[in-house]
Design a protein around this ligand. Structure first.
Ligand code: ATP
Length: 236
């Protein structure tokens, strides 16, 4: 299995706040890897650093064998790495179709129409509503749109920041079903979640972040079964 993403001992600061304290992890082709942790553990900071929105002071990030440090975020997307940010950030005034078109903007080559069809297969709801203004979609539909838009860049790695946030339980289930389907279709996924139960249930492997450090790692099943993880993150 080849390693797609390698994060090696990165340190990230907000001014004098040391938010990420020397974390290392990797994502292999075809895997779902999850980063779980409490509020403020550094999950979003990690994803934003990989996507080039923030920069690590020390350490290395390698994507598909090439260094990613200090590559600006728009170039990161064209290298095949797509982030669905926390809060979705879709274009609310634009239609569903226009949002998806925007997702294809920075890609190089490939068949955009075929990918659009694949996105519509994965998200039939978006196909039904392709002309609807995105701001009038429900929360779950907006999350689907954000994921569909990211997939339109034809990414090698899809990074999802808290996709279940703010959604009713039935929609959370739907979003995780979609994540499983994307995985089956071969998409490699790095998933950040506060819903540790759901994330570990779909993940091949997971890393637990506490105040900017990785404290535990294991397969999704191992972490789900761990008494310490149950106590701290699974309400048990
Ligand atoms: P959540 O699940 O609540 O989003 P998280 O695990 O994603 O949490 P981060 O948002 O990465 O955590 O935050 C990590 C740490 O960095 C926290 O202590 C947070 O207060 C701090 N932090 C995040 N953004 C900033 C910022 N713009 N300026 C200063 N400190 C920040």
């Amino acid at each position: 299995m080849s390693t797609i993403l390698k994060v090696d001992n990165i340190n990230v600061y907000y001014g004098s706040i040391h938010a990420i304290k020397g974390i290392s992890f990797e994502v292999n082709e075809g895997e779902i890897v999850t980063l779980i942790g409490a509020n403020g553990a550094g999950k979003s900071t990690t994803l934003n650093t990989i996507s080039g929105l923030l920069h690590s002071k020390t350490g290395h990030i390698e994507f598909m064998g090439e260094p990613l440090n200090h590559v600006p975020s728009h170039k990161v997307v064209s290298k095949g790495l797509a982030l669905v940010p926390e809060g979705r950030r879709i274009f609310l005034q634009m239609s569903v179709q226009e949002n998806l078109d925007m997702g294809a903007f920075s890609r190089r080559g490939g068949n955009i129409d075929a990918d659009m069809e694949r996105v519509f297969e994965q998200f039939p709801r978006l196909k039904e509503r392709r002309k609807q203004v995105a701001g009038t979609l429900s929360g779950g539909e907006q999350q689907m749109l954000a994921m569909g838009r990211a997939l339109m860049s034809n990414p090698k790695l899809l990074m999802l920041d808290e996709p279940s946030m703010g959604l009713a339980p039935i929609l959370v289930e739907q979003i995780f079903d979609i994540i499983k389907n994307l995985h089956k279709a071969g998409t490699t996924i790095l998933l950040v979640e506060q819903n540790a139960q759901a994330a570990l249930s779909v993940a091949d492997r997971g890393y637990v972040l506490e105040t900017g450090k990785i404290v535990t790692t294991g397969t999704g099943a191992e972490l789900l079964a761990s008494p310490a993880i149950k106590k701290a993150y699974l309400g048990g």
